[in-house]
Design a protein around this ligand. Sequence first.
Ligand code: FE
Length: 192
Amino acid sequence: MTDHDREPQAIRAEALESLLIEKGLLTADAIDEVIVRYSERVGPMNGARVVARAWIDPDFKQRLLEDGTSAINEFSFEGGRIEKLVVVENTEKVHNAVVCTLCSCYPWAVLGLPPRWYKDPQYRSRIVREPRTVLKEMGLDLPADLEIRIWDSSAEVRYMVLPQQPEHSLGKSEQELAQLVTRNSMVGVESL
Ligand code: FE
């Protein structure tokens, strides 16, 4: 682990967690539930709502691609400050994926907690050197003629992928569409 993976807050949080469990005030299951909620639902659901709106509202999509930070401020997401957010669009010709090669910078405000693999040194180094192979290992087998672009997040700029809307979802409501959008599709390691 490197730099901000092990911030003092993280160490404090772990210490508190151990203490609360030891005192019987909290169970590990309850903690896991909170983590799952933030990592699988609340966080990514913010991003999913953004994606769904971009799919049905071309003006919003244009604002989102031009200035992700201010477009996302049109939503009133609670918690998680919005860093400078750049949204990159997947198309017929280009597939985008996101990494932080240095550590684990991630757009928390829209995607919640980063998945474990995102912080893995293997993912961080290999996705840049051999993106097609890594994506295939993760279950995304992209056509050879599809250009792959990898975006390296930092403390200053975070990236989110706008996935392509699946054909079968045309005509669905914004809420229904948001349900289809997965966290991994917004990191660019999955297609919908
Ligand atoms: Fe980082």
